[in-house]
Design a protein around this ligand. Structure first.
Ligand code: ZN
Length: 308
């Protein structure tokens, strides 16, 4: 009798465990909707260019260490504002490029750009890193530590760990960074009264985050700060005045922009997944959130930001 009871209770335990696992699976295992748009992650840069069409109507503003093109697409003819959206300065953060290319495609179909603004899209700032799926460029330099700034360091940090040589051999030593800084300084700034650069990264923290440009590390530049706070409230991402590491970051875009009279923000996407991935039907995809944000920034750039 006792043996039979034990057998039954074993069956019950197994059934309960099975039902519990099923419940956990249904509740917590994410599923994908609409994951059809772009093959993700793209196999190669050439495939990505072909499927996304980022070279259509684009200007080749420069080339990478290995001679790969860096494309910028301009939409709109406005002179007052230049909104520059760039992605994938870290080559392994491919979802930023796929997201930006998809937003570019949708804005081409349904333009939202006023007569006052021009938008520039650079979906792949680090083509060699994109191709090899590495953070660094082909010279093993972290491009977002190579900007010619007063705080540049040869052995730049990733987190709080110095990575020997990752800042480059000199400030602005890398062709990708010379391309970007010269293009912004000598082509974009003279054409427009005000310039805003938004640079997309992935992926930390899981909430996503936004950080404004700064003249001094940790002390945000005023207009960039206002824009960063708008982005945080619009997306639900965390606002950060400085990055989470203890050691200040050296030679990065946010500092170079502020010193050169350009407003800027970094946006960290919350994950590395395909941008049209959704965790549940109730959550919006990164593509939906960023598409909405970019459209609103373009629409509202005139008048929304007091200090801009
Ligand atoms: Zn990054």
């Amino acid at each position: 009798m006792r043996a039979v009871t034990r057998k039954n209770s074993g069956k019950w335990t197994a059934s309960i465990l099975f039902l519990f696992s099923l419940l956990v699976f249904i509740l917590f295992v994410p599923y994908e909707l609409n994951a059809k748009e772009t093959p993700f992650p793209p196999d190669s840069l050439d495939d990505f260019i072909k499927t996304s069409g980022i070279d259509t109507g684009a200007v080749e503003i420069g080339v990478s260490v290995k001679g790969r093109p860096i494309y910028a697409v301009r939409l709109g003819k406005g002179k007052k504002y230049a909104l520059v959206f760039m992605a994938c300065i870290h080559g392994n953060e491919k979802n930023t490029a796929v997201m930006l290319a998809a937003v570019l495609k949708s804005i081409r179909k349904n333009p939202v750009i006023s007569g006052e603004a021009s938008c520039y899209f650079i979906p792949v700032m680090n083509p060699d890193g994109f191709q090899s799926n590495t953070r660094f460029n082909a010279n093993k330099v972290d491009l977002n530590r190579n900007f010619p700034t007063d705080d540049w360091k040869k052995d730049a940090c990733k987190g709080d760990k110095p990575v020997p040589g990752s800042g480059g051999s000199a400030p602005g030593s890398e062709p990708e960074i010379r391309t970007l800084t010269e293009w912004l300084k000598f082509e974009i700034k003279p054409l427009h009264e005000r310039v805003l650069v938004i640079s997309f990264h992935a992926a930390f923290p899981p909430s996503g985050c936004v950080q404004p440009a700064y003249i001094k590390y940790g002390v945000p530049e005023k207009a960039s700060d206002e824009i960063a706070r708008y982005i945080a409230s619009h997306t639900g991402y965390t606002y950060l005045a400085r990055w989470v590491s203890v050691i200040p970051i050296s030679g990065e875009l946010l500092h170079w922009c502020a010193v050169n009279g350009i407003k800027a923000c970094d946006i960290e996407l919350p994950n590395y997944r395909a941008p049209d991935y959704v965790k549940s039907k109730k959550k919006k995809s990164v593509l939906a959130v960023q598409g909405n944000l970019i459209r609103n920034l373009i629409r509202q750039i005139d008048g929304l930001f007091l200090n801009f």
